[in-house]
Design a protein around this ligand. Structure first.
Ligand code: CP3
Length: 358
């Protein structure tokens, strides 16, 4: 039965109910990248070393996860971790360079590199992640979102060796050696499944699969090269009953396909109007988003009017989790985000059908 599981304790929470499209009392809000460099209290405790070192310290990771919940009063926490943690933990050789992102000394190039991606044993390989989740579940009075990177987005880092704009190496491998491509994606799907399952077993109430860079693919490419693997991940966690959120940037052309891989909640970026996404996907899927993160940078007036616009376009539909259309930028002013949360909670309405402004 949906909702009975390790995390049934939050079944009546507005965030979980919104994920299921059920009526609830207020529009839930949280922010992708809410834990991070935009917060002075994060910079104060983060220390030197890479983010991977910080993630290996459960007390520190617990504190960093809690910081935005305390400051903003958001309706969900997201685990402080990173999408490259499983690949790092099995010894692929991933670092995360501050200001750059994930970097790989020896990128994935050939079938021989598959051996560098052995299966993840979460208890032995990532005990620190499980300990952080357990500590958080003790402390939090809002649901904890666990997460993993979708196979395509993680593959793009492992193949490019660093953040990329055009994904030329990734696409070359995809086009030139489809068999190897699918073998790689299958291993990355297994890493994501092991990681997500262990986070749920330790107490996460929902999961998000980040396919941040899926928008680099055409619909046909997505369907052929990425979707089967994301589908494998999402269906492997389906029986846990926890809501599954699926998100990518620049995915306006892919929304139906992203829904099709089995998400309960489809994350949309700011390029798609929420009422139009809903018209395309049908009323039963919940949507997450989609204030432009740049509106937060622009200042409180732009952020508040953008927030009101998103709420108006959602028109009281219960299946809405307010978020940005992508992560909080490092230069975001936390006071502006506080104001966004205040406006969502004060002005967001659930359940009364309103007219959508044209
Ligand atoms: O959302 C949260 O607050 C929870 C923590 C979280 C981080 N990374 C912490 C982090 C989450 C959910 C992620 C996921 C992640 N990591 C994604 C998917 C989300 C998205 O933005 O689309 C991706 C693509 C990555 C890969 C990655 N890790 C990038 C591109 C970067 C940024 C590099 C930089 O410094 O700007 C990282 C590093 C990273 N992950 C930081 C944080 C807080 C910043 C580095 C630090 O504080 O040392």
């Amino acid at each position: 039965m949906v909702g009975v599981g390790p995390t049934g304790v939050f079944d009546d929470h507005c965030f979980i109910r919104a994920c299921r499209g059920l009526p609830h009392d207020r529009v839930p809000v949280w922010f992708m990248r809410q834990a991070g460099r935009s917060l002075p209290e994060y910079r104060a405790v983060r220390g030197t070393g890479t983010i991977l070192d910080a993630i290996k310290n459960p007390d520190l990771s617990t504190e960093i996860t809690l910081q935005p919940v305390r400051r903003y009063g958001v309706d969900a926490a997201i685990l402080y971790s990173d999408i490259v943690v499983p690949a790092h933990a099995v010894g692929f050789g991933v670092t995360v360079t501050p200001g750059v992102g994930p970097e790989i000394a020896e990128p994935f190039r050939s079938a021989a590199d598959l051996d560098r991606l052995r299966p993840l044993d979460p208890v032995a390989d990532t005990p620190y992640v499980l300990e952080t989740v357990r500590q958080l579940v003790e402390e939090l009075d809002v649901p904890l979102i666990g997460f993993a990177g979708a196979p395509f987005t993680v593959a793009s880092y492992l193949i490019e060796g660093r953040p990329s704009r055009d994904y030329l190496n990734t696409k070359s491998l995809m086009f030139n050696d489809e068999r190897l491509w699918h073998s790689l994606m299958d291993r990355l799907a297994d890493l994501a499944i092991a990681s997500l399952t262990s986070q749920i077993d330790s107490g996460a109430s929902a999961v998000q699969l980040f396919d941040s860079w899926a928008g680099a693919l055409s619909p046909d490419q997505y369907q052929r090269y990425a979707a089967p693997h994301s589908q494998k991940v999402l269906s492997a966690v389906e029986q846990t009953g926890v809501p599954r959120i699926h998100f990518g940037v620049n995915t306006g052309e892919l929304l139906e396909l992203i829904q099709g891989v089995g998400a309960d909640v489809v994350g949309i970026d700011w390029r798609v109007r929420i009422d139009r996404a809903r018209a395309r996907l049908g009323g039963s899927v919940a949507l997450q988003g989609n204030l432009d993160p740049a509106a937060v940078i622009a200042g409180v007036d732009a952020a508040v009017s953008g927030t009101r616009e998103v709420l108006a376009f959602n028109a009281g539909h219960p299946g809405h989790i307010f978020n940005l259309g992508h992560g909080v930028m490092p230069t975001a002013d936390p006071d502006v985000l506080s104001e966004v949360v205040r406006v969502v909670h004060a002005e967001g309405t659930v359940g009364s059908v309103q007219e959508v402004p044209q």
